[in-house]
Design a protein around this ligand. Structure first.
Ligand SMILES: NC(=O)c1ccc[n+]([C@@H]2O[C@H](COP(=O)([O-])OP(=O)(O)OC[C@H]3O[C@@H](n4cnc5c(N)ncnc54)[C@H](OP(=O)(O)O)[C@@H]3O)[C@@H](O)[C@H]2O)c1
Length: 259
């Protein structure tokens, strides 16, 4: 019989946290979890999902934290610079950045359908955009004398992706970005990768039951991850509890990487 879950700890008490891509999916859950963990303010970044970002901001406020909406297209360096400046000013400093934005080339079902345009776009969002967010926020964290950055990877860094090789290439690229800036910013700012497997989200909800059952047979822990599992592990990596961890990849996939 499983034990009852323990209450959510408050590992972000008094901290300010920015989550990119927080108008949708994982990003929204991470932003709300940051608030539940005691963050005094949460920067809710979005590009086009303004209604989703407002919903996330409402959920953040309901947890007693101050939401700050931040808009930027992360393929443009000037927009990232402006976002970082606005975030440090409006949140009164940024202690934690979660780079959750990622384009997964969702519409592409096979490697055969790849286009040059898609390769360029995925690399521009997932590698260049994430790298410049690390660069701009991390440089300001260095000046402030502390900070933690978590880049969201994927289980494709273990398994590759026959569906979308450009997505796997981009997430592998994040390892180079993470390790480089972990060196560059040490010992002041920690930089890590969090790599989730299959998680229960609106995206995976729509999978046919047969596919979900087949997936579970490939997960030693026998189930998909919950948003709570994901958010809790991300908060750990960004919190003082992980104060001796940098340049690391944390795979949270129910053991899929063992196969
Ligand atoms: N879902 C999964 O099973 C899964 C598994 C492993 C890893 N991941 C990773 O988890 C992260 C979130 O995935 P998700 O499933 O929550 O996907 P999602 O709902 O499609 O979220 C993608 C987010 O990225 C933002 N975005 C995309 N291009 C952008 C750009 N050029 N500039 C700024 N923002 C941009 C979108 O913002 P707007 O909507 O505001 O435009 C959106 O909030 C991604 O890094 C993904 O690779 C997901």
């Amino acid at each position: 019989m499983p034990l009852a879950p323990v209450p959510i700890p408050r590992r972000f008490e008094g901290r300010s946290v920015v989550v990119t891509g927080a108008g949708t999916g994982f990003g929204a859950e991470i932003a709300v979890r940051a608030a539940q963990e005691g963050a005094r303010s949460v920067g809710v970044h979005y590009r086009s999902s303004v209604e989703g970002a407002k919903r996330t901001a409402g959920r953040v406020a309901a947890e007693g934290s101050t939401p700050v909406l931040l808009q930027a297209d992360i393929v443009a360096w000037d927009q990232i610079k402006a976002m970082a400046e606005a975030a440090f000013e409006r949140l009164g400093g940024v202690d934690v950045l979660v780079n959750n934005v990622g384009d997964v080339a969702r519409e592409q079902m096979s490697w055969r359908d790849i286009t040059e345009e898609s390769i360029d776009h995925i690399l521009a969002v997932d590698i260049k955009g994430t790298m410049l967010c690390v660069h701009e926020f991390g440089a300001r964290m260095l000046e402030a004398g502390h900070g933690a950055i978590v880049n969201i990877g994927s289980t494709v860094i273990v398994r590759g992706s026959a569906r979308a090789p450009q997505y796997a290439a981009a997430k592998y690229g994040l390892l180079g970005v993470t390790k480089s800036y972990a060196h560059a910013f040490a010992p002041t700012v920690r930089v890590n990768v969090f790599a989730p497997g299959f998680i229960e989200t609106p995206m995976t909800d729509v999978l046919p039951d047969k596919v979900k059952e087949e997936l579970k047979t490939r997960i030693p822990l026998g189930r998909m991850g919950s948003p709570r599992d994901v958010a809790a592990a991300i908060v750990f990596l960004a919190s003082d509890e992980a104060g001796y961890i940098t340049g690391h990849v944390l795979n949270v996939n129910g053991g899929m990487h063992l196969a």
